[in-house]
Ligand binder design. Structure first.
Ligand code: SER
Length: 584
């Protein structure tokens, strides 16, 4: 059964059960700056889950385009995807557990023809927030699932919420037994060995979790269900991976034909990232150095890098995009209409990245020259990481170049820095989801980094005497006091702005090291040297531009900052000037 047939069957089934079919919301959320992309079907429906009346009524069904990038580094294995489609049926204060479960069972067994003996389900085990879900379990028994295939788990497995705050509730999840042998006596649907594959989730959203963690009942009892289309297609077609379904196969085969090097992982990364990028661009996404655009840029850079790794001529990109549009247009007719724009965007970004790569090579030469001068035999992890993050320069290319010039490279410390960075980005994206308060922290973090850039820019334009005298940051602006005897001229203000913006454009990497105060001074760090002798301090380095002692936090790349603008330059006290500036 092809994906399009599964989708049509789903929407028709729920239509016959009194649901109105609503179109997918765009991948880029409308009027919601607190999230980067639509990550679940419920996101565009939140107001209605909270009680607002939906114009189409209380029973809805839809397919929703989703993008989740938390696991982007796992893509390349046999299951992870960033873009996916979720089929859903919704009760907005209409039916609840009994009817939802009866319909799920009927759809799986009758419409999709899944053998009921292969189905297992999980229900919420209960805790102080909500009772054990015997209602759901009984509904499953009534539908035909025997007790030994009904499992109970806690919040880790059977509670659903998007992020930290919002509508939520216990869920019941359906699993298909793939027929693989159990890995141990304890093997069950919560085990990752591959025997059980989750196919559908019914969330019983009758609670709301507030910012402070308290859980209260919503006005109405809702049902939010999500069935992943790619995974269902894979299972029904008896394929091992989604890449073997008709959604990816034509592109996977073409990549295999074009590649001069055998590497299934790279082929999957190219196919996956290209599909996600096409979908994001078709919905209006543009590559850039911040937020959504940065995610898209990352997808495209990784894709290009792996095309390179497969030694595929990059001029093939246009044909690959064409092939994808033909492969997916039955599911997404808009792709045909947006095709030229998608091609142009992707090819322009590829060209830019190729320049970046050339730039990276030049930077490598500098690193190598310095290492030679210092009689070093090893290119250290920090430099490999810097090349990777600042110029998108792949560590394996650094390794090749290093080898050609007789260097060893310290990949293990690169890996360590890389993992630390990943952890930071992960925390960053979680924060992004939380919205509200987290947004504020994100904004103030940006102002912290902008302050360092401003400090350095002032020293360049006015002279070394322009030292920090005070700093104050709110979510709306930064305020910076510095020693300087006279009013800055408009030209100086403009010069300072331009320097800061140039460093933002350069998307410099921000790194942090701990060292003693003496080491920090020796490394040329500026900052307030009030600490005691021998005390450890944090030193934040921004590319080759600035080095300051500071407690942080800071962004990971200056590209995240946006546009810097000085709003005011005035006197603070005798010999001290004050700047107020914003990021827009
Ligand atoms: N919101 C739930 C999920 O994303 C069910 O749709 O899994």
């Amino acid at each position: 059964m092809k994906a399009i047939e599964i989708r049509n069957k789903y929407l028709n089934f729920f239509k016959e059960h009194g649901h109105k079919v609503i179109p997918s919301a765009p991948l880029i959320p409308e009027n919601d700056p607190s999230v980067l992309f639509t990550t679940a079907g419920m996101q565009p429906l939140v107001p209605y889950l909270l009680g607002e009346k939906h114009p189409e009524g209380t029973r809805l069904t839809d397919y929703q385009k989703c993008l989740r990038t938390n696991d982007i580094d796992e893509v390349g294995d046999n299951r992870h995807l960033t873009y996916f489609e979720m089929l859903g049926n919704w009760s907005l204060g209409d039916y609840f557990k009994d009817e939802a479960i009866a319909m799920s069972y009927e759809f799986l067994t009758k419409e999709l023809g899944i053998d009921p003996n292969l189905l297992s389900v999980t229900c919420f085990a209960g805790d102080s927030d909500a009772p054990k879900d015997t209602v759901a379990a009984n509904a499953w028994k009534k539908a035909g699932i025997p007790e030994e295939r009904i499992y109970f788990y806690g919040k880790d497995n059977n509670w659903w919420i998007a992020g930290e705050e919002g509508p939520c509730g216990p869920d019941t999840e359906m699993f298909l037994d793939t027929g693989k042998p159990a890995c141990s006596e304890k093997c069950g649907p919560d085990c990752n060995c591959g025997k059980y594959v989750e196919i559908w989730n019914n969330v019983f959203m009758e609670y709301y979790k507030a910012k402070d963690g308290t859980i209260s009942k919503l006005k109405q009892q809702n049902v939010d269900t999500g069935l992943g289309l790619e995974r269902m297609a894979m299972l029904l077609q008896g394929k091992e991976t989604p890449f073997d379904t008709e959604l990816f196969l034509p592109v996977m085969e073409e990549l295999e034909k074009l590649a001069k090097v055998e590497n299934i992982e790279s082929r999957r990364i190219v196919a996956e990232h290209l599909r996600s990028s096409i979908m994001v661009i078709s919905d209006g996404g543009k590559p850039s150095n911040i937020d959504r655009g940065y995610v898209l840029r990352k997808l495209l850079r990784r894709m290009t890098r792996h095309l390179n790794k497969l030694q595929i001529n990059l001029d093939e990109l246009g044909n690959l995009i064409e092939l994808y549009v033909q492969t997916l247009k039955e599911l997404y007719p808009d792709l045909e209409k947006n095709k030229e724009m998608i091609k142009q965007t992707i090819i322009a970004e590829k060209d830019k990245f190729m320049k970046t790569l050339a730039h990276g090579e030049k930077e490598f030469e500098k690193v190598a020259a310095k290492a030679k001068q210092e009689n070093k035999k090893v290119i250290d992890g920090y430099n490999i990481f810097k090349l990777y993050e600042t110029y998108g320069f792949p560590p394996e290319i650094t390794a090749d170049l290093a080898k050609e010039q007789g260097f060893e490279i310290d990949l293990s410390s690169f890996d360590k820095l890389f993992k630390e960075h990943q952890e930071k980005s992960r925390q960053g994206s979680e924060q992004k989801f939380k919205g509200g308060l987290a947004e504020q922290n994100e904004q103030t973090t940006k102002y912290h980094t902008a302050t360092h850039l401003l400090h350095k820019a002032l020293q360049i334009v006015l002279g070394e005497h322009a030292k920090q005298n005070g700093s104050n940051i709110t979510i709306e602006r930064l305020r910076f006091d510095f020693t300087h005897p006279e009013k800055m001229t408009p030209e100086q203000v403009k010069q300072v702005e331009d320097i800061v913006n140039e460093q933002i454009q350069n998307d410099l990497l921000v790194t942090c090291e701990e060292m003693t105060l003496e080491e920090a001074k020796a490394a040329g760090a500026t900052g307030l040297f009030e600490n005691k002798y021998g005390e450890k301090v944090k030193v934040y380095t921004i590319g080759n531009f600035s080095k300051e002692i500071c407690g942080g936090p800071h962004v990971t790349h200056t590209g995240e900052l946006g546009h810097f603008k000085i709003k005011k330059e005035e006197s603070s006290s005798a010999g001290v000037r004050r700047i107020k500036a914003i990021l827009e």
